[in-house]
Ligand binder design. Structure first.
Ligand code: CO
Length: 277
């Protein structure tokens, strides 16, 4: 699976292998539509994620360890009667993903890893309420950062906003993907291809995959009740990434800076509702 988090695009979707009847290949991915009651639970989970991320954001300063941020995240999730979504998922060892500078996603919190003035740190967190998931991320400056780093944060945030603006019933998933890609690439930056956003609801990762690159007018059509986690991962340099020996942490191949913003979003009758607020 990985369908890991920013999960890997499912190779199985690509169907290199022979024996799948053509009719199955044409079938669209089975995307679960959520009822009003389910959306209500997702709002609760999303609110917990948003509140805790805000607390973490204000705790970020030079000298704090990513392990301490993880401890704080666990405490604040529990205080809200929710459960961490990432801890134990495919063996992931923490509540929070904290990815510093050239780390893209899945940085593992560590009491010995201290944030330094000028770093950027991506905080990615999920929570479960009443069996339903919320998932969001933001990249935060540590003290004063370079103009280049600040621009990367702005562009990545803007690419998420552009993607959300493309969400409405009848729009194509490719419209959402293409919005991220054109926003990032027109600013001279690149989007990660090996990890993608995802459907979300009763599971952290559901259909469909939500890539950060694609063609307008392609892919499945959005319908009210669909819930997706849109998560641009944008690199200041090239799009290529590799995974460190810990089996989790994704870094840019050229060691350029990377940023990550994510919201869980519902398709409504007229547009989009951000659930992680
Ligand atoms: Co996600």
């Amino acid at each position: 699976m990985k369908m890991l988090a920013a999960r890997k695009p499912a190779a199985e979707v690509k169907n290199g292998s022979a024996k799948v009847p053509p009719v199955l290949l044409k079938r669209k991915p089975s995307v679960e539509l959520k009822t009003a009651a389910e959306l209500q639970k997702m709002r609760s989970a999303g609110r917990v994620v948003a509140e805790v991320l805000k607390i973490l954001e204000s705790a970020v300063k030079p000298g704090i360890s990513t392990g301490e941020l993880d401890r704080l995240a666990a405490e604040e999730i529990a205080a809200r009667g929710a459960t961490p979504a990432f801890l134990g998922y495919c063996g992931y060892p923490a509540v929070l993903c904290s990815s510093i500078n050239e780390e893209v996603v899945h940085g593992i919190p560590d009491k010995k890893r201290l944030l330094r003035e000028g770093d950027i740190v991506s905080l990615d967190m999920g929570a479960v309420c009443g069996g339903y998931y919320g998932d969001a991320a933001m990249t935060v400056p540590v003290g004063k950062i370079s103009a280049e780093a600040a621009r990367l944060l702005e562009v990545t945030k803007a690419s998420l906003a552009a993607a959300i603006a493309a969400v409405r019933p009848g729009a194509f998933l490719g419209d959402v993907s293409s919005a991220v890609q054109s926003c990032a690439e027109s600013a001279g930056m690149s989007v990660v291809r090996d990890f993608v956003g995802h459907g979300i609801g009763r599971h952290l990762h559901e259909e469909p995959a939500v890539p950060n690159y694609g063609e307008k007018g392609s892919g499945l059509r959005l319908e009210p009740g669909m819930t997706i986690a849109i998560e641009p991962m944008v690199n200041a340099g090239g799009w290529q990434v590799r995974v460190l020996d810990n089996g989790w942490t994704v870094v840019t191949k050229d060691e350029s800076l990377s940023a990550h913003f994510e919201h869980t979003v519902a398709v409504t009758d007229s547009g989009a509702e951000i659930l992680t607020v």
